[in-house]
Design a protein around this ligand. Structure first.
Ligand code: MCA
Ligand code: AMP
Length: 504
């Protein structure tokens, strides 16, 4: 019986006595202990009635048990659907119903909310300390599990990514999408069983889950598994680590701390960055401080990783490097889809074993973004330089990336437009010193009305995850529009460019 992801990533943990996870409080978990934990959880999922192909929605704090749930899904053939811990009830309701999840695992604090929205889906709990009804159920299960047979094209995960219309789309990722990319990255970035990855990313998105965890599973290394990114804790563990993966905010925050220096990075061999653009200035400051050149790479939820700067060779600031082995990348004209010559800016399209299977139950959206010949239209604007390095120069999609999290303005605008006294709104991203981009909401009042901004903040706070909420609200008399009536967000971005400028 085959199960490629299990066979290659999880099975090697069985019987492994060495540490797989090292926690901030000094506790460690061997590979074998992790394997047994996942096996018990897999038993609990089956006991809860889940069968291969069913979706398991998971909104829990980062912990070894939370990561083990991913492994448990791989073992049982259940499709893993991780959710940002910041999502509120309205957001969750959509994910659970759209995916027709067979069960939901949530933190104890969210149990009541989820029971109310989960419909017929079973609800189990998992707290940050590993306790909860899931763990109770798992404790009653044996620590061996009869692993489900799965093929390369079977779905392993469903990850929701927001859409330009405000409706999130579930990206269907197969066993081989995930496995092929993990194996490629291990090779490209030279990960081995000797590596210790400082893992401070959340595990509900591609970066922390697949890029970081799958790569370390495939390499047979270990992870210093931190519940979140915190500068003090990261500085404490850097001397025991060989590598770290981060979003640019991690690196700017480290550079803001004088304790972060060459000495503390002595044992490190690789820092990678992605999920958002790394400023060339950060790249240079990082090298000047530590002697390390950050390796920047580019990916998406739909594709895992597409390009990477070279491990050996010139890691060029302001570029995302070359297409990974097996990944084809071309730059196309947005209107015609024709391939453009190198040096011209256009839409980045990618094809390869990493490219997803389509959007969950959205054939029209799949057709619009995934060409019949297998090329995926990323919506990022790029250019290939004379040496073959890919540079991302913009986005054709109306998307804000804040601290590595994506925010589709439409989703926020729909909530703002609904507020009392608001006629219409436009949501933009402008430079933010910590998050790269920060969200600004621009409102137009209904005639004669004065919108109550505090009440609006409170209402938005109930409906949207914190990172999506505008950090600044501005009221204007009208939105700038072009002759077609389309809001000219560029003009708004210029007008509010200094919204997050730190006072001198
Ligand atoms: C926290 N806040 C944010 C963000 N994070 N606001 C906007 N954008 C954010 N990213 C809010 C907090 O709720 C808080 O609000 C205030 O901002 C400051 O919080 P702080 O304590 O500074 O935040 P933090 O908890 O330290 O988190 C910042 C973070 C975190 C460490 C940068 O956002 C993070 O881990 N980002 C990584 C995201 C990631 O993994 N992306 C990968 C997606 P208040 O003060 O009002 O309470 S996968 C992907 O993109 C593709 C596939 C790829 O290529 O990797
Ligand atoms: P997500 O929807 O969370 O998968 O985010 C994917 C998007 O993040 C891509 O389409 C890019 O716009 C952006 N992204 C990821 N890595 C980079 C990078 N290194 N530089 C610039 N943008 C990036």
């Amino acid at each position: 019986m085959a199960n490629p992801l299990y066979d290659r990533l999880i099975a090697p943990l069985d019987g492994r006595a060495s540490d797989f996870l090292i926690l901030a409080d000094g506790r460690t978990l061997s590979g074998d202990a992790f394997h047994r934990l996942a096996a018990r959880q897999a038993g609990a999922l089956v006991a809860a009635g889940l069968v291969p192909g069913d979706r398991l929605a998971v909104q829990v704090e980062k912990s070894p048990e939370a990561l083990a749930l991913y492994a448990a899904c791989v073992m049982s053939g259940v499709v893993f659907l991780p959710l940002n811990t910041g999502y509120k009830a309205d957001e969750l309701e959509y994910f659970v119903s759209d995916s027709q999840a067979g069960a939901v695992i949530c933190g104890p604090g969210a149990e009541e909310t989820l029971r109310a929205i989960a419909g017929s889906a079973k609800v189990l709990t998992l707290a940050a300390d590993g306790s909860g009804s899931l763990s109770d159920a798992a404790a009653a299960q044996p620590d061996r599990f009869d692993v489900a047979s799965r093929g390369d094209d079977d779905l392993a995960a469903l990850l929701y990514t927001s859409g330009t219309t405000g409706r999130s789309k579930g990206a269907m990722l197969s066993q081989s999408n995930l496995l092929s990319n993990a194996l490629t990255l291990v090779e490209e970035w030279r990960y081995t069983a000797d590596d210790v990855l400082l893992h401070a990313l959340p595990i509900f998105h591609t970066h922390g889950l697949f890029v970081a965890s799958n790569v370390m599973l495939a390499a047979g290394g270990s992870m210093i598994f931190l519940s979140k990114f915190d500068v003090d804790t990261v500085l404490r563990f850097l001397p025991q680590s060989t590598s770290m993966m981060g979003v640019p905010t991690f690196y700017t925050r480290l550079l803001d701390d004088a304790r972060f220096d060459r000495e503390i990075c002595k044992g490190m061999r690789l820092f990678t960055s992605g999920s958002a653009p790394l400023l060339a200035e950060t790249h240079r400051a990082f090298e000047a401080r530590t002697g390390h050149r950050i390796l920047e790479r580019y990916g998406m939820t739909e594709t895992n990783m597409n390009t990477s700067n070279p491990y050996e060779g010139d890691r060029r600031a302001g570029t995302v490097g070359f297409p990974l082995p097996g990944v084809e990348l071309k730059i196309t004209d947005a209107e015609t889809g024709a391939t453009l010559p190198d040096g011209e800016a256009g839409i980045i399209e990618v094809r390869g074993p990493n490219v997803f299977q389509g959007y969950w139950q959205m054939p029209e959206k799949t057709k619009a973004e995934l060409r019949e010949d297998g090329f995926f239209i990323t919506g990022d604007i790029g250019v290939i330089d004379p040496d073959g390095y890919v540079q991302i120069v913009g986005r054709a999609k109306d998307l804000i990336i804040s601290g590595g999290y994506n925010i589709y303005p439409k989703e926020v605008e729909l909530v703002l437009d609904d507020q009392p006294g608001v006629l219409e709104s436009a949501v933009i991203g402008v430079p933010h010193p910590d998050f790269g981009e920060g969200v600004v909401g621009v409102l137009v009042a209904e005639p004669g009305a004065t919108p109550d901004l505090d009440a609006i903040r409170a209402s938005v706070g109930e409906k949207l995850a914190k990172f999506k909420q505008p950090k600044v609200l501005e009221v204007v008399t009208e939105l700038p529009r072009n002759t077609m009536g389309k809001v000219q967000k560029n003009m708004l971005r210029d007008q509010f460019a200094e919204a997050f400028k730190t006072p001198a």
